[in-house]
Design a protein around this ligand. Structure first.
Ligand code: HEC
Ligand code: HEC
Length: 227
């Protein structure tokens, strides 16, 4: 190949890449409004973002790819833990963290409420799967959605039960796996555990979950059916 031909390939190649790059950038910017559903940016979400900044959660966590890599990514944490699960971790990190420690940050209840609204909003942004989420968790979320025809399965996710319990091998390790709990516990026992864990096992360490009577009933029927 002559030097002239090589030059042309270089110029043309650079030009085509540049046009593609600019085109895609403009296209992304045009879509940002829909992908981030800015219409749902409520005052509470904005206040939650300020809480996130005030306590420097980014010092340890990434969110939307930004932050440090010491602790888990928070982009989709709302799906993993649900609103009660996130609150539980931030209130009593010592119960949920492994050898990697998360500090006690002393958020007020109002700050926690705002923070959860912010994390829920972030979890609904269509990031086109970036940063990639744990495949196992996604499989479990998929199953939970499939189970989701039952309000009990949705509650299990929402009320943060995944923080300590596993379904199909996914979830936290503080409590027993519940995939087959229906074959060892009746609906009545599960309902009692959910009302007051210590009424069934005086040594129980499970915190009493904040559930209404109807929610206990839904969760009880869902779990009693897990055979
Ligand atoms: C000094 C570091 C540090 C700071 C600051 C910090 N965290 Fe954490 N956080 C951790 C670590 C480490 C873990 C995970 C530990 C483990 O289990 O391995 C964690 C776990 C979590 C989890 C559970 C993660 C999951 O994948 O389910 C949540 C939720 C969480 N943090 C929220 C927050 C929020 C909100 C803030 C700010 C208010 C914050 N953290 C600030 C270190 C930190
Ligand atoms: C902070 C951790 C934690 C959270 C959150 C939690 N659990 Fe538990 N759970 C436990 C532990 C630990 C046990 C084992 C008995 C004990 O020590 O209390 C348990 C036991 C149970 C049992 C009895 C299982 C068996 O095999 O006998 C059921 C059912 C149950 N939990 C349901 C739930 C549901 C539903 C939620 C969500 C509303 C939930 N748990 C939230 C820690 C937790």
């Amino acid at each position: 190949m002559s030097a002239k031909a090589a030059k042309w390939i270089f110029y043309l190649g650079t030009l085509i890449s540049l046009v593609l790059f600019l085109g895609l950038t403009v296209d992304t910017h045009r879509q940002i409004k829909t992908l981030t559903h800015t219409d749902k940016l409520s005052e509470q979400v904005v206040a939650g973002k300020r809480v996130w900044q005030k306590y420097n959660c980014n010092d340890c966590h990434t969110i939307l790819g930004f932050g440090s890599y010491y602790a888990p990514d928070m982009t989709k944490v709302y799906w993993r833990r649900g609103s009660e699960g996130i609150k539980a971790v931030v209130r009593t990190p010592e119960r949920f963290t492994t050898w990697r420690k998360m500090p006690h940050l002393g958020l007020t209840d109002l700050e926690l409420q705002d923070l959860v609204a912010f994390l829920q909003w972030v979890s609904e942004i269509d990031t086109q799967d970036w940063p990639p989420q744990d495949q196992k968790l996604r499989a479990a979320a998929g199953r939970a959605v499939a189970l989701g025809v039952s309000p009990g399965a949705t509650l299990f996710q929402e009320k943060g039960c995944f923080a300590c319990h596993r379904l199909y091998g996914t979830g936290g390790m503080l409590g027993p796996e519940l995939t087959h709990v229906g074959s060892r516990r009746t609906y009545e026992t599960i309902e009692r555990i959910l009302t007051d864990p210590r009424s069934v096992n005086p040594q129980a360490t499970m915190p009493t979950p904040p559930l209404s009577h109807e929610e206990r009933d839904e969760l009880g029927r869902f779990l009693a059916g897990m055979k």
